[in-house]
Design a protein around this ligand. Structure first.
Ligand SMILES: NC(=O)c1ccc[n+]([C@@H]2O[C@H](COP(=O)([O-])OP(=O)(O)OC[C@H]3O[C@@H](n4cnc5c(N)ncnc54)[C@H](OP(=O)(O)O)[C@@H]3O)[C@@H](O)[C@H]2O)c1
Length: 269
């Protein structure tokens, strides 16, 4: 793929974890907004089907980039390509997964993979696109963190820690980008209906209904904030903004009680 900027009239949006869940919805909504797409995930067939569908439906160019972004060659190969691509206007660092169970019981390789995918890959990809965006004085990087970034929950140790990295990383980079015309966002959704919990074998029934969000709404709030004058840290829905405010201000002992209560599905069963 060695397209020059003059070949294509539309800017490019790159979405990791685009084969399912929030990433797939980001792909659709960015296509609706007139972006060409580069869709990244491991499942090449799902990416191909989605690229074909969105290209046809929105008269854009959507292409697939199958890669395992937890592996060195996967993340570095994509980073090298993005660093040279002059059309990247949006990067969505979205690929991620959760696990269930206490750290001492989990395979160490799986936990290391999480750190590579949630920390090293977004750092390398963001570092790759920023110089070009700054030179062009426009661009957006959205990293999908989580409400979990404000917690430290049992059964979720590396997940909370890596999501906190993503949020703090975006907040600090946002300050570095003051006056450049480039904007970054840490999207912090609460529980959202996607494939996430099924893949991690987490029983969704243990989480109260009022806490569940639809992925279309989460993505819409993210993109409205990015292309409007929204904050760096985007927490979709008023309900979750109130929960995060409460979490940030309650005493540590009280936060531990809530974290234990809502982590049952991750440490039992
Ligand atoms: N759902 C929630 O409740 C929730 C809440 C807050 C934050 N989040 C965050 O939202 C993001 C998206 O998750 P989701 O809920 O949409 O889950 P999902 O439906 O399971 O989708 C996860 C996506 O990540 C991709 N992915 C996983 N491992 C990968 C790897 N090694 N390399 C490349 N791509 C990989 C998957 O594609 P392949 O399997 O094809 O690679 C898939 O496209 C994650 O960062 C998650 O932490 C989710």
């Amino acid at each position: 793929m060695t397209h020059s900027s003059s070949e294509f009239p539309r800017p490019l949006a790159v979405i990791t974890g685009a084969s399912a869940g929030l990433g797939k919805v980001f792909a659709r909504q960015l296509a609706e907004r007139g972006f060409d797409l580069l869709l990244v995930a491991r499942d090449a067939e799902r990416l191909r089907v989605l690229s074909d569908e969105l290209s046809l439906q929105y008269a854009i160019v959507a292409e697939s980039w199958p890669a395992d972004l937890s592996r060195d060659e996967g993340m570095r190969g994509l980073a090298e390509f993005l660093a040279k691509n002059e059309r990247v206007m949006v990067l969505v660092n979205n690929a991620g997964f959760g696990t269930k169970g206490r750290l001492a019981t989990r395979p160490v390789g799986e936990q290391a993979t999480m750190i590579e995918l949630h920390v090293m890959a977004p750092m390398l990809l963001t570092r790759a696109v920023l110089p070009g965006m700054i030179a062009r004085r426009e661009g957006h990087v959205i990293t999908v963190a989580s409400v979990a970034s404000f917690t430290a929950a049992p059964g979720n140790a590396n997940y909370c820690a890596t999501k906190a990295y993503q949020r703090v990383f975006m907040e600090a980079v946002a300050l570095e980008l003051d006056g450049t015309g480039v904007r970054v966002q840490a999207l912090c959704p609460g529980f959202t209906h996607t494939e996430f919990h099924g893949r991690a074998d987490i029983d969704k029934g243990t989480i109260p209904g009022f806490l569940w969000l639809e992925s279309e709404r989460v993505v819409r709030e993210s993109l409205d904030a990015a292309f409007g004058d929204g904050p760096v840290v985007v927490i979709p829905t008023k309900r979750y903004r109130m929960i995060v405010t409460a979490l940030r201000h309650m005493p540590a002992w009280m936060r531990s009680v809530f974290q234990r209560r809502y982590s049952k599905a991750r440490i039992e069963g």
